[in-house]
Design a protein around this ligand. Structure first.
Ligand code: FE
Ligand code: FE
Length: 291
């Protein structure tokens, strides 16, 4: 296997989200193991790209890997740019080699934020929708797909069998490391998610990017929007504290806007821009983002 396949088994990042949508076809779905099997058989043959993506993700997302990425990337010393330039930068992720790629990253962000706005939610939640996938720029800094997208999960404790393709965790060194493979691992009962290290990806990165600017419920939406094993399956209740449980109502509120707002009709950015300029100015005083 060449380096490119290791870094990028997916044709584009949307392939992961299309797969999530097959797993959770409607806002109420909980993927019991039965329905997960059904989902896997639903499309034959299984999308090998997605399976290979999860094999890599589950093999390499160790506690040590996460700690190292936190140290390296949460320094935000790579770049600084006005937020509008950051959207252009993110949009480079559209894959030219895939003619079926329907929407750019910015269009997905705008469809999410516009669906939130149309339902009359607070303006900070609209902004949260607009920014939620900004962390995918990590791919443009050379991070492999399996360290940018995919379902996220706690590291440093046992991997739940509610995580998609959990069988691949046997390849992960932490799976047979006694420090990390018990139910609680390095954590304790109801210790609170603020003390838990999540697998590295675009959620954690964007949370830290804007954590001084957005109200806490929005920060939970950013930080845990790919944590399907919890917000859909409740597989890590033993690590949450009461505050997390309260805040996860917001994470659950956000998820349908992310997953089900995709439509082939692209939003008209030029028409929407004045509204979003005011919104950004209200919450991001410098109008800049650091990467
Ligand atoms: Fe996302
Ligand atoms: Fe998204």
């Amino acid at each position: 296997m060449d380096a490119n396949q290791i870094n990028a088994p997916l044709r584009n990042l949307d392939e992961w989200e299309e797969d999530v949508l097959r797993r959770y076809p409607d806002p109420q779905t909980i993927a019991t193991s039965k329905s997960t099997d059904h989902y896997r058989n639903y499309e034959t043959p299984v999308r090998d790209t997605v399976k290979e993506f999860y094999r890599l993700n589950h093999t390499y997302q160790t506690f040590e890997f996460v700690r190292q990425k936190e140290k390296e990337l949460l320094a935000f010393s790579k770049a600084k740019m006005p937020i509008w330039d950051a959207f252009d930068f993110l949009n480079q992720l559209v894959d030219d080699s895939d003619p079926d790629t329907d929407l750019s990253q910015l269009q997905h962000l705008l469809q999410t934020s516009e669906a939130i706005r149309a339902d009359g939610h607070p303006d900070w939640m609209v902004l949260t929708g607009l920014l939620h996938d900004m962390g995918k720029v990590l791919c443009l800094f050379g991070e492999p797909q399996w360290a940018v997208v995919g379902d996220t999960f706690p590291v440093g404790c046992a991997y739940s069998d509610k995580i998609v393709y959990h069988e691949f965790f046997v390849n992960n060194p932490d799976f047979s490391d006694d420090r990390y493979n018990s139910k609680y691992g390095v954590y304790s009962h109801n210790c609170g998610l603020r003390n838990v290290h999540m697998s590295w990806g675009h959620d954690e990165y964007v949370y830290h990017m804007v954590k001084d600017y957005i109200p806490e419920p929005g920060l939970y939406m950013l930080r845990y929007h790919s944590f399907y094993a919890q917000h859909r399956e409740n597989a890590y209740d033993h690590l949450l504290d009461d505050h997390d449980r309260n805040m996860f109502k917001w994470v659950k509120l956000f998820n349908p806007y992310d997953l089900y707002s995709k439509s082939p009709q692209p939003p008209d950015w030029n028409q929407l821009r004045p509204y979003y300029e005011d919104l950004v100015a209200k919450y991001l005083p410098t109008g800049e983002l650091k990467f």
